[in-house]
Write a protein that binds this ligand. Sequence first.
Ligand code: SF4
Length: 149
Amino acid sequence: MEKLLISACILGASSRYDGKSKKCLTERDLGRLIDNYELVPFCPEIYGGLPTPRTPSERVGDAVLMKDGKDVTENYKKGAMEAKRLCELLGIKKALLKERSPACGKDRIYDGSFTGVLTPRHGVAAELLIESGISVYGDSEIEMLFDDE
Ligand code: SF4
């Protein structure tokens, strides 16, 4: 069965900065994912060495900063590299990632002002996976994973 990297918080893991999950799948979609893919849950922020809960972060230029100004760029880079390494190791070609996150977000993330404004950009891990040839889907694009059904 094809493997799918999936943001751990989508599956209900309490890996988000606020110590909560972001389970946004319907039971039907979860069942379809399990029927069609071998799921590989991953959280780039935790694998990058950040604790849970943690102060929220956003991409600011080339850096990733916590709301209190702490520079966590290296944590985000490490988490992204771990995601890439895992995909290469396990032959993963697709990823379903949580939208708007500074790590997992695809296409649109918060703009670094911590005011809830979005900007057209990928999160650090999503960006590296896309550059590495992985097909990345945001959580609102889940239907695209079942195109063959
Ligand atoms: S880094 Fe990704 S998997 Fe981890 S909590 Fe944030 S959105 Fe979820």
